[in-house]
Design a protein around this ligand. Structure first.
Ligand SMILES: Cc1ncc(C[n+]2csc(CCOP(=O)(O)OP(=O)(O)O)c2C)c(N)n1
Length: 553
C-alpha cells in the first residue's frame, strides 16, 4: 500500500483509522495531496470525491447524522476551507460530529504574498469544539499527535465539529511503502454519569398537576418504549413533540402549532405549565416559544449530556446526562398525579384534527393541499429529509407515518445545504429517502446533485411556488415591488434542466387534477433517483395557511 511520505499525513490517517473514522469526503486540490493519497490509497477508508466544499461538508454531515459517528472532510488551502463554514455551524448547533481536515502552507508562507493562502488557524473559532493547529517538522510530531488525538476525541465525546489544520511544504506527492510513525491512540472518555440525587426534583414533580414536556430535534428511537408509555399515561403530564422529535404517541400533542395557534389569553393561561421539562435539540415552532416566553413555567429543566439552552429565559436546572439515563433514575421516583391537564388538551387536539380534515376538503390547489396529498400517499418505511423554512413548518401540521424517520437542518435553519445533507443521509441509510424542499433552497444547493453517490431510491420533491413562500406567511407588506424582489425573490426557474443534466428522472405537477396520481406514480417509480416538481400559486398559498389557523379553532 502506498503512503504519503509526510509524517503528519501518516499520523492523521492512522489515528482516524484507530478511532473508527473511515468515511472521508475529499475535495480536489494540491496542498492536500498528502492527505488525499493517505486516505485514498488505504482500502480501510471509504472515500468520496466532491468538488464543491460547501456541498462536501453538508454531504459529510448528512452521513454523520445517520451513522452517529464522525465523518471527515478534506480540502486544500485557501477559500476552499471557508466553504465548510455553513456546515460547521450547522453541525455545531445540531450536535453532529464533523471532522474538518485542512491542508495549509507552513506558517512562514502565510501573508507574504503566496497564492491560495489565507489565515487558516482557528478560522472557525466561534463555532468549533476544538481547533488543532499542527506544525510541520519532526520536532513537533509528538505535540501534533496529541493535538490530533484531542480534536478527534472531542468530536466523538461531544458530538460536534472539530478542525485539524495541517501544514505541508512541497513536494506534496511523494509516496513510500514504509510506515514512518506509530502514533498513540488516546481513547475517548466515556460520558460522565450524574452524581446528584433526583429525589428533590421528583418531589416537586409529584406535587404538580400541570407538567409539560417539550421535545425538540431527536434522532429516531432515542427514548425507550416503556418510558414513552409511562409518560403518556400520566394525566398531569402533557407531552408536546415536533415532527423532528421522532417521538409519537396518541396521548402526545404532535402538531404544536395546530393546537396552540387559535388559543386566546384565557386558554393560554390554562395551558401554562408549572414545570417545563425539555430534551432534544432546537424547537421549530415559533408559536410555542412565544407562548412559553409570555406564560413562563415556574421551573424549566433541560436534560442533555452536553448543553442546555435557556430558550424561555427561565431555565432553572440542567441535568447533564443522557435522556435514557435521566428517565431510568427519575421515573421510579415519580407517581402519577390525578389531573385534568392532559385530558383537556387531548380533547382540544381531537377537535383540531376533526377541523383539519374538514378544511382539507374545502381548500383550493395550494402548498397546503400538496403537503396533504404527499403525506396521504407517503411510502413506508422511509427517511424523510426536509428543507427550511415553510417546508418544515407545513410538515409539522400533518400526520406523518410513525415509521418515518424525520430530519431537518435546524441547527442554523439554513437553506444552503439541505439537498447535500439529504443525499449524504440517504447514502448512509438503508431506507428510501424522500427529500422535500422549497424552490429557493433547492436552487441554492443545486451543486449537491454533482455527486456520484446518490442512491437509486433517492426522491426529491421540489415545491416550486416561484420564490420564498415563507415570506408571504410572515408579517410585512406583500404588495410592494420590494417584496417581490428582495423578500420573496420571485423567479421562473424550473428544476427540469438540472434534473436532465444530473441524470434524475423528472416529472411535474401543475394542477389539482394530476396531484394524487402524480404523487403516487412518483413514489412508485423505482428505476433510479427521481425529482418531482410541484408548481403552486404563490398568492393563494399564504391565504390558505393563514385561514387554516382560524378555521381549526
Ligand atoms: C443560507 C440562508 N440564507 C437565507 C436564509 C433566509 N431564508 C429562510 S427561508 C428562506 C426562503 C426559502 O424559500 P424556499 O426554499 O422556496 O422555501 P419555502 O419558504 O417556499 O418553503 C430564506 C431566504 C436562510 N435561512 N439561510
Amino acid at each position: 500500500m502506498k503512503l504519503s511520505n509526510k509524517i503528519l499525513s501518516q499520523a492523521l490517517v492512522q489515528l482516524c483509522l484507530d478511532k473508527g473514522i473511515n468515511h472521508i469526503v475529499i475535495s480536489p486540490g494540491s496542498r492536500n495531496a498528502p492527505l488525499t493519497i493517505g486516505f485514498g490509497e488505504n482500502p480501510n477508508f471509504k472515500c468520496f470525491s466532491i468538488v464543491d466544499e460547501r456541498c462536501a461538508a453538508f454531504f459529510a454531515m448528512g452521513m454523520a447524522q445517520q451513522l452517529k459517528k464522525p465523518v471527515a472532510v478534506v480540502c486544500t488551502s485557501g477559500s476552499a476551507l471557508l466553504n465548510y463554514y455553513p456546515a460547521i455551524a450547522e453541525a455545531y448547533y445540531s450536535d453532529i460530529p464533523l471532522v474538518v481536515l485542512s491542508a495549509d502552507r507552513p506558517s512562514k508562507f502565510i501573508d507574504i504574498g503566496d497564492g491560495q493562502t489565507i489565515r487558516q488557524e482557528n478560522v472557525f473559532d466561534k463555532h468549533i469544539l476544538y481547533s488543532a493547529n499542527c506544525k510541520e517538522g519532526e520536532e513537533y510530531q509528538v505535540s501534533n499527535e496529541t493535538e490530533i488525538n484531542i480534536a478527534l476525541n472531542t468530536a466523538i465525546e461531544l458530538n460536534g465539529p472539530v478542525h485539524v489544520n495541517i501544514p505541508f511544504s512541497e513536494p506534496l506527492y511523494q509516496t513510500t511503502d514504509q510506515s514512518l510513525v506509530s502514533p498513540q491512540n488516546v481513547l475517548p472518555r466515556r460520558p460522565e454519569s450524574l452524581n446528584e440525587s433526583l429525589l428533590p426534583y421528583a418531589e416537586k414533580w409529584n406535587s404538580s398537576k400541570k407538567k409539560m414536556i417539550l421535545v425538540g430535534v431527536l434522532p429516531p428511537n432515542s427514548l425507550e418504549e416503556k418510558m414513552i408509555e409511562e409518560l403518556a399515561k400520566d394525566e398531569s403530564v402533557l407531552v408536546l413533540t415536533e415532527t423532528t422529535s421522532n417521538l409519537d404517541h396518541s396521548n402526545f400533542i404532535c402538531a404544536i402549532d395546530q393546537l396552540i395557534a387559535p388559543l386566546n389569553e384565557a386558554e393560554f393561561k390554562k395551558l401554562q405549565p408549572e414545570i417545563l421539562l425539555t430534551f432534544g435539540g432546537l424547537v421549530v415552532s415559533k408559536k410555542i416559544k412565544a407562548f412559553l416566553r409570555s406564560f413562563p413555567p415556574k421551573e424549566h429543566w433541560h436534560v442533555d449530556a452536553k448543553k442546555a439552552n435557556d430558550t424561555y429565559f427561565v431555565l432553572s436546572k440542567h441535568f447533564k446526562i443522557t435522556i435514557n439515563d435521566f428517565f431510568k433514575s427519575f421515573l421510579p421516583n415519580i407517581v402519577a398525579v390525578s389531573s385534568e391537564y392532559q385530558k383537556d388538551w387531548l380533547q382540544v387536539k381531537q377537535h383540531r384534527l376533526q377541523r383539519h380534515k374538514e378544511y382539507e376538503k374545502e381548500i383550493p390547489y395550494s402548498d397546503f393541499m400538496v403537503f396533504s396529498n404527499i403525506f396521504e400517499n407517503f411510502p413506508n418505511p422511509v427517511q424523510l429529509q426536509l428543507s427550511n423554512s415553510a417546508t418544515i413548518r407545513y410538515a409539522q401540521l400533518f400526520d406523518i407515518p410513525d415509521s418515518a424517520e424525520v430530519f431537518c437542518n435546524r441547527g442554523t435553519s439554513g437553506i444552503d445545504g439541505s439537498t447535500s445533507t439529504a443525499i449524504g443521509a440517504a447514502y448512509a441509510s438503508s431506507l428510501t429517502t424522500v427529500f422535500i424542499t422549497g424552490d429557493l433552497s433547492f436552487f441554492y444547493d443545486s451543486n449537491a446533485l454533482w455527486n456520484n453517490h446518490i442512491p437509486r431510491s433517492f426522491k426529491i420533491i421540489v415545491i416550486n411556488n416561484g420564490g420564498g413562500g415563507i415570506f408571504r406567511i410572515l408579517p410585512g407588506n406583500k404588495d410592494s415591488e420590494h417584496f417581490d424582489t428582495y423578500f420573496e425573490t420571485k423567479h421562473n426557474l424550473t428544476a427540469e434542466h438540472l434534473s436532465k443534466m444530473y441524470g434524475l428522472s423528472y416529472s411535474s405537477i401543475r394542477e389539482d387534477k394530476n396531484l394524487k396520481i402524480g404523487i403516487q406514480n412518483f413514489f412508485n417509480y423505482s428505476d433510479g433517483p427521481a425529482l418531482l416538481e410541484i408548481f403552486t400559486p404563490s398568492t393563494v398559498n399564504d391565504k390558505v395557511l393563514i385561514d387554516y389557523f382560524k378555521f381549526i379553532s
